[in-house]
Structures are given as structure tokens and as C-alpha cells.
Design a protein around this ligand. Structure first.
Ligand SMILES: *Cc1c(COP(=O)(O)O)cnc(C)c1O
Length: 392
């Protein structure tokens, strides 16, 4: 039977082929990752874990798991190799949000206190937004950014001493600068808190050595696999070996049922790819391209949050243009340039409008864009914005 769904997929395929993709959290996976995710592994139930990975682990709950066991062990080994770490890893979280839920539940009880970065300042929904489980289940407190948009480490320490959190979280979705993990670790030690890093956005940069590593510092590290890691949509949790049992049981049976073994196969392939020198070259190019594009906007007189970037993304502050992030996002869509509206530090507009846009270079670098290409896109965006300002 032919399905209408394939027409819809074909349209999306064309959109992905023809548009300039600047959403900082997106990327394009390899053909091999697509094949794995579309494989027969989607048919298999495999609640539990392969063999006796951790003491007290009861193995799988279903028969016929010999091949998915081999696969999941391989995925774990490859990711440890890719990050060159002896941390324990759990590759079962269905997404980044699930990874964070399980990570919190592994070491906290509902009502415990978490110190994190708020959504307004660049944090993620799962870092304590009132609309999210994190804000409902935990007592959240937030550290601020400086007027320049940099994480205010003095405020982190002040709030840690004041609120005595059980867990301090570092990591963000819209932060363009180096996150000082060792300073966070020192503050967590000072107040006796767990230190967790959510590296969802910058995982690829950490892997390639373009951002300081949280391995060896953080107790728990969560990530997505579909952003700079360029794997299938999914999540992972790394932790110090002594937390392995807590983390595994918080994922299953704590917060999930059967793992998505087809996605775990895609994650394993992404890990193989991430182990190659070509992947590290790719990440270096992402960072170089981001620097070039951001620099061009600054040259053209745009205000950039924090005045620049150290990673794969930057935020344009559109306040001076009188345009909202939403208007610019929508107009650029018509010009086949895809990005997303974003709050800026000290935001005066609602999250539906915003005064900024977020731009990332990971996806188009995968498509082969160079610094010159990104500079030319910066000029295209500038032309659209100028036209919008003129017709206001
Ligand atoms: C993207 C992101 C997540 C969540 O990932 P999903 O797969 O969309 O659930 C979590 N934390 C951070 C910092 C992110 O940027």
C-alpha cells in the first residue's frame, strides 16, 4: 500500500535540501545513521540492560535480546572511546529531556533544590522552567548572567551558599561562551552539592577539544545525540562509575520503558563517526565558521550577545532594529533561511516575541559551507533585516 506519509516526507526532504539551516540545535545525519534508525530493530522489546552491567542489574526482561545486547554494549563502548573516558554511560534515554529527568531522579528526591541557568538567560526548559517537570518537581533557583550576558560566577557562588542546592547544573541551549566547569566544581564542593553538566549543545566541541571537558569534574553529564554530535534524535547520560546503578535504574524502570534499539544503533554509528579524525576536523570547521559569521555581523554594526562567540552559535540582539525575533524568523523563512527567535539577557519582550535570534553553524558546515559561505549568508540576512526596517 502506498501511503500519503511518503509524500509528506518527500516535501520535508526537499525543504531540508533547499533551505539554509541555521537552527543551532539541528544537524544532518549520515546515510548510515538513517539506515540504522529505519531498521527492523524498531520491532524489538528490550526492557532492562545487557548482561550484568552493574551489580544488582537483572538483565533484560524479554527473550531474544542476544543481538540487541551486543549492539547496546558496542554503543556504550564506542561513546566511551569517543570521549576518551572511563565514566559509565547509559545510551537509552529517548531524548535530552528524558536524560535530564533520569539524571535528576538518580540522585535527588522531588522537592530537592537545583541551582541552574534560567531559560531567559540561555538555559533549557528542563533546567527549571515552571512549565516543565523540572520546575514542578524540584525547588529551582537560578544564577544570573552579567549585563554582558556572561555567566556570573560570583552569583553562582552566592546563590549556592544561600540556597544550599543538592545539585548544581551547568549547561545551556543559547550560550555562546566557554562554560567554566572547574569553577562550578569548586563551588559544588564548597556547598556539598552534586555537580551535573548538560552538554547537549557543546558535546561535539568537547569531544573535539574545542571546549573544556566536564569529564573528571562533573558527577553526571547528560547530552543529546542529535545536535553537534550529529547522531539520531536521542539522549545519553555519563556518570562517575559509583553512580552507575543509580543512573541506570533512574532511566529504567525509573522513567522509561523499552529502549529504542533502532535509535541506539544510530547512536552507535554516530559514535563510530565521532571517533574519526574527520569528525574532529568537522567540529573545528563549525567553530571557525561561527567565528567568521559572527564577526561579519559585528562588522556590519549588529549587537551580538556577549560581543562574540567561542562555540557553534551566537545570538543577535535586535533591540536596536525595533524588530522582534519572531518577525525576523518569519521573514527569513520566506527567504528559505531557517533560524529561531531567542530571548536576550534582560529580555523585555515575551518568549513568543523575543528581541533576538539564535544562529548556529553545525548543520550547514555538514553540508560543506565554508567561512566565505557563512559570510555571504550574513549579508543575505542583513539585507532582509534592512528591508524590514525600511518598510516599518
Ligand atoms: C536540546 C537540549 C535538551 C533537550 O533535548 P531534547 O532531545 O529536545 O529533549 C536538553 N538540554 C539542553 C541544554 C538542550 O540544549
Amino acid at each position: 500500500m502506498e501511503s500519503r506519509v511518503f509524500e509528506m516526507i518527500a516535501k520535508e526532504e526537499a525543504r531540508q535540501r533547499d533551505n539554509i539551516e541555521l537552527i543551532a540545535s539541528e544537524n544532518f545525519v549520515s546515510e548510515n545513521v538513517l539506515r540504522a534508525v529505519g531498521s527492523c530493530l524498531t520491532n524489538k522489546y528490550a526492557e532492562g540492560y545487557p548482561v550484568e552491567r552493574t551489580s544488582g542489574n537483572k538483565g533484560r526482561y524479554y527473550g531474544g535480546c542476544e543481538y540487541v545486547n551486543e549492539l547496546e554494549e558496542y554503543a556504550c563502548d564506542k561513546w566511551r572511546e569517543a570521549f576518551n573516558t572511563d565514566y559509565h554511560v547509559n545510551v537509552q534515554p529517548h531524548c535530552g529531556a528524558n536524560a535530564n529527568l533520569a539524571a535528576y531522579m538518580s540522585v535527588l528526591k522531588p522537592g530537592d533544590t537545583i541551582l541552574a541557568m534560567s531559560l531567559d538567560n540561555g538555559g533549557h526548559l528542563t533546567h527549571g522552567s515552571a512549565a516543565n517537570f523540572s520546575g514542578k518537581l524540584f525547588n529551582m533557583c537560578f544564577y544570573d548572567v552579567t549585563p554582558d550576558g556572561l555567566i556570573d560566577m560570583e552569583d553562582v557562588r552566592r546563590k549556592a551558599i544561600e540556597h544550599k542546592p543538592q545539585l548544581i547544573l551547568a549547561g545551556a541551549s543559547a550560550y555562546s561562551r566557554i562554560i567554566p566547569f572547574s569553577e562550578f566544581r569548586a563551588i559544588a564542593d564548597e556547598v556539598g552539592a552534586y555537580f551535573m553538566v548538560d552538554m547537549a549543545h557543546i558535546a561535539g566541541l568537547i569531544l573535539a577539544g574545542d571546549h573544556p571537558s566536564p569529564f573528571g569534574l562533573a558527577d553526571i553529564i547528560t547530552t543529546t545525540t542529535h545536535k553537534t554530535l550529529r547522531g539520531p534524535r536521542g539522549g545519553m547520560i555519563f556518570c562517575k562509575p559509583e553512580l552507575a546503578k543509580k543512573v541506570d535504574s533512574a532511566v529504567f524502570p525509573g522513567t522509561q520503558g523499552g529502549p529504542l534499539e533502532h535509535v541506539i544503533a544510530g547512536k552507535a554509528i554516530a559514535a563510530e563517526e565521532a571517533c574519526t579524525p574527520e569528525y574532529k576536523e568537522y567540529i573545528h570547521a563549525v567553530v571557525r565558521n561561527c567565528h567568521a559569521m559572527c564577526g561579519e555581523f559585528i562588522k556590519m554594526g549588529y549587537k551580538v550577545v556577549t560581543g562574540g562567540t567561542d562555540n557553534h552559535l551566537f545570538l543577535l540582539d535586535l533591540t536596536d532594529t525595533g524588530l522582534t525575533g519572531k518577525e525576523v524568523q518569519n521573514e527569513l523563512d520566506l527567504h528559505h533561511i531557517t533560524l529561531n527567535k531567542n530571548c536576550v539577557p534582560g529580555e523585555t519582550r515575551s518568549p513568543q516575541q523575543t528581541s533576538g535570534v539564535r544562529i548556529g553553524t553545525a548543520a550547514m558546515t555538514t553540508k560543506g559551507y565554508t567561512e566565505a559561505d557563512f559570510i555571504s549568508v550574513a549579508h543575505k540576512i542583513d539585507a532582509v533585516i534592512k528591508e524590514m526596517m525600511a518598510s516599518k
